[in-house]
Design a protein around this ligand. Sequence first.
Ligand code: HEM
Length: 596
Amino acid sequence: MAPDGDEDCMSGDATERARLSKRRVLITKSWISSTEAFALLLAVAIAALAFVGNRSAARKNLPPGPKGVPFFGNLFQVPVLRPYPKFREWARQYGQIFHLKLGPQDVIVLNSADAADELFVKRSNYYSSRAAPHVAHDIMSAGQRLVFLPYDKEWKVARKSLQSAIGPGPSKKLRPQQELESRVVLYDLLTHGDRSVAEKQVEGPHGEVPESHWFAIIRRYTTSIVMTVMYGKRVHRITNNPYLHKIYDVLANFTHVGQPGNYLADAFPILRRLPDVLAPWRIEGRKMHEWEMELWGGLLDDIKHDMKDGIFRDSYVGNYLKERADKGKEEAPGCGLTEDGWLRDKLLAYTAATVLEAGSDTTASTMQSFILFMLSHPHVLKKVRDEIDRVVGEDRMPNFDDEANLPYFVACIKETLRRRPPTIMGIPHLADQDDVYDGYYIPKGSTVIGNVWAIHMDPVRYPNPRAYNPDRFYKEGQPTPWSSGPDTQGRDHYVFGWGRRFCQGSYIAEASLFIVLSRILWGIDFEAPIDPKTGNSVVPDINDEEETFTDGFVSIPKIFPVKFKARSPKKAEIIRKSFEEAQAEWQVWGLATDER
Ligand code: HEM
């Protein structure tokens, strides 16, 4: 696709359009010239004609859905930043599949596991593309963000290139690093103590987490893991770490800008033809692209400079650049692929960026939700702690080898993912051809959403779905399988998506959740603050979605205060000692030691 946000990456048509639009900006004196007024009227007229014209006979068989208004369809009925409660309400009303019209765009929403499995997995040949949001993808990401790439050659080459770094086999090799990084989490929580209760800490307007809050400790871990895999660099400090802040700022911005319906230009392609002076989103998108490239391009440049200085960092990007250079492509600037199929720099930078984005907040927020569920379900906390204490004992931390003996704990992680999926409505796919499902017509080009929230709240599949109940996945005396897909058989939840677009980092995510959370339960007591008036613990209400969870397409807990302390002096000693030992290991591996 020719992104119109970045001239480096443009096709001839797009460049010409941009040149004309720039010229128009220069010659425009009044706010809107008569030529532009005409262009706008023409745009609206063409859109209206398209709207009426595509009502063919087949469209009579569209799935049911709420009645919209002419031209805009259901656009104004969808709460842009927090759509999932409304989508669940419609799922209850219309059943396993419903249809919306967001401007000219058809949107099909799948609310049952069967429907999503059938389309995204069994018919994955033509349901594996993306309905990329125009501003977030074409402009802000110069059309290069892996997660939004259409199902084409660029996506296949980029995804394949990642298999050697985060696929099932290589992700096992990452375990020693996850093991060491998890020691740092325990040490940091211990040092943190009651700071986030004693100090007043306020989240920023776009979900910015104060660096002294305990959420930042968890985020450091998840970002450090993916940063090391992608760039061979740890995140070794939390405070005064501009990289870490910027990653989360870019991420928060991306989840808002990318939310379907955020910009009219996302819904009405015709508006994309407007000149810059009438398209403020384009100017905004280009600025955001430059701002993002300071980070993603900066990381790429750093590793290239190091290579020129003879420093090689064993990592996805390092290995890729080396292999590319060995094949004669040391320099490959710009977007897309070289003629012989190598990722050019911008596509490489945004492929690594997708891993950093996809792997950071999703995993961190699941850990934060887990602590929240434990605080609000003390009987579960007691049961899972008893299991860990019985299996692991006082003298050592849990290890990956303990997994088979901790079935209730694994069930708690799975129930956390089910009850509070971070990507609560999945990431939309796109129908590449006309299709029929359950007698309903699905037009080519429809955005197709796997409504994870509605599926996870299905009372037939998960009786009493709002209850946090790990027992639904637990069989006493038997190991709990992860059963998180992509196989459709015996799948227990849908947080990692479907089919060919299934999350590539699910193994890394599950291993991180296992090692960090088992160790926290083993070594650290955590408590919510007490309300002095009532004497009760103040725990955010998991059923109050607006109060407790952020909006955006990655919906995660808002910050909440917790006190941490070692469960025993002996455990405190083990935690401190293993943190020190980790420092020695980092040095052996040639990685930065922790600075506090
Ligand atoms: C609890 C943690 C995580 C959750 C809930 C999650 C969820 C998802 C979802 C829903 C998708 C889209 C699937 C679809 O389109 O059907 C996805 C894609 C992806 N995830 Fe994850 N993810 C997590 C952790 C990770 C980690 C740790 C990594 C990397 C190490 C990662 C890498 C990716 C990549 C590269 C994609 C893009 C796939 C594509 O578009 O082709 N994810 N993830």
